[in-house]
Write a protein that binds this ligand. Sequence first.
Ligand SMILES: *Cc1c(COP(=O)(O)O)cnc(C)c1O
Length: 419
Amino acid sequence: MHHFQYLNGVLHAEDVSLAAIADAVGTPFYVYSEATLRRHMRVFRKAFAGTDALVAYSVKANSNIAVLKILASEGAGADVVSGGELMRALKAGIAPSKIVFSGVGKTRDEIEAALAAGIYQFNVESEPELEAIDAVAQTKNTRAPIAFRINPDVAAGGHAKISTGKSEDKFGVPWSRARDLYKKARDLEGVEVKGVDVHIGSQISELAPFEAAFRKVAALIADLRSDGATIERLDLGGGLGIPYGEGATPPHPEAYADMIKQVTEPLDLQLIFEPGRMIAGNAGVLVASVIYLKEGEAKKFLIIDAGMNDLIRPALYDAWHDIWPVRETAEPREPFDVVGPVCESSDRFAAARALPPLAAGDLVALMSAGAYGASQTSQYNTRPLIPEVLVNGARLAVIRNRPAHEDMIANESAPDWLG
Ligand SMILES: *Cc1c(COP(=O)(O)O)cnc(C)c1O
């Protein structure tokens, strides 16, 4: 459920008209509903009420400082995957004791920064990384709290580019190596084993792959304990999908929680979750204007002023986003290819999408764009990063500005020899 609906024939974010935001900030722009962000966080937390659970929001889904502050005020911790995201989480007021650090390529500088901050847990993804964390921690006379991210070799995820839990994916330590690595870690002075971590992918719309992975991990925990390891935490990653308007309807957090409680209750663990998409996805939309309606030989193209640099999911993962006209109309629909202005054939948001007649200047909203939207924007084609706007009831605030062209090249310079 989200807070984007038509009022008097115009699409609104909570009580604010998207047409009014377009007048105020220009298009394209992202707009987020604060009420939706809060609601999703509460629904997730409520599903696990009564269990010892840390919800560490996956910062990469939407890393705007205002979004992080909202989620922090709902009790969220953070799952970060870079030193930059760690900085954001701390700046947003998230306690280090609620921050976990994931990702396959943590550098020594990033490990140092995370140790200095005193984060809750490093999710270790390889043996060399274990050695690096151990070495850095020893030079700082401290011990890094760790969990190994285990690759359970389970297929999940709607698209090959978002699957992470198969043995051929780059993520996690191999299932067959897990017990040896835990034994090795026990003898290191710079690390302290705390738990086990698993994250099988993103946009997963069934419970079965989660359950298969979690049952494997539960069995592993029993083995690790019999090997003498202290396992007190279980990080179950993110990955619960959202409805994008096409394809399967993902399970409700309550059903997800019931399954997890069944699998984990006998183990007496603190649970950690890293949801991203299910918190931020439906809390944001991307609003664009139609620049041209182009009649091709065989089809009609709607050329909008947002491009793949503003929302890359369709190009990167063949992702579906519903497209709603900002002004509601009952006119009959016809198929359009909705494309952006970027000079790439993959700069296409939808093919043969049924839309009402639209003309230059009309506004459209690409729905469910709050996660992996703004956080994946680039300046390709020297297109400025687009504004992000936050709505709370009838109030709105710009939470990321559109840079001027001059600002975009401010960090560039030509060497002396070019005169
Ligand atoms: C991306 C990611 C998440 C969040 O995934 P969602 O599908 O957005 O819930 C959680 N954990 C890790 C390690 C990730 O890489």
